[in-house]
Ligand binder design. Structure first.
Ligand code: FES
Length: 134
């Protein structure tokens, strides 16, 4: 069902865990299956210098988390906001149609982490929330 590139990203995921002293945290849930993804970002002068994920989810969710974190490291936050689930799926050379919805989590978690970073920069600190369901 999965291609080799997806299987490799699932079996040997990169950037698993939580960035120490992160600048932004995004946590989202998939409304259709209940799976949860958290992405933390280290951001220096609006450039993402580190990204890590924790995903309670399927192989596609783990493979897309791993790939998305690899893709955003080195990007500015504005560039990372342009990263769509479609681009992550292209990087993985495709997902089965019924697993495309799983790739939305990574895009949304990165956006949520950047929003958290921008809020903190403006002095807005929100209490830990339940994951936003997407
Ligand atoms: Fe839930 Fe893939 S089945 S994220």
């Amino acid at each position: 069902m999965y291609n080799e590139k997806v299987l490799e990203a699932f079996r040997n995921p990169k950037n698993v865990g939580e960035v120490e002293n992160y600048d932004g945290l995004g946590k989202v849930g998939n409304a259709s299956c209940g799976d949860i993804m958290q992405i933390t970002l280290k951001i220096d002068n609006d450039v993402i210098t580190d990204a890590k994920f924790k995903t309670f989810g399927c192989a596609a969710a783990i493979a897309t988390s791993s790939t998305a974190t690899q893709m955003v490291i080195g990007m500015t936050v504005d560039e990372a906001l342009q990263l769509t689930n479609k681009k992550v799926v292209e990087e993985l050379e495709g997902l089965p149609p019924q697993k495309i919805h799983c790739s939305v989590l990574a895009e949304e978690a990165i956006k949520a982490a950047i929003e958290d970073y921008r809020n903190k920069k403006q002095g807005i600190v929100k209490p830990e929330e339940e994951p936003k369901m997407v």
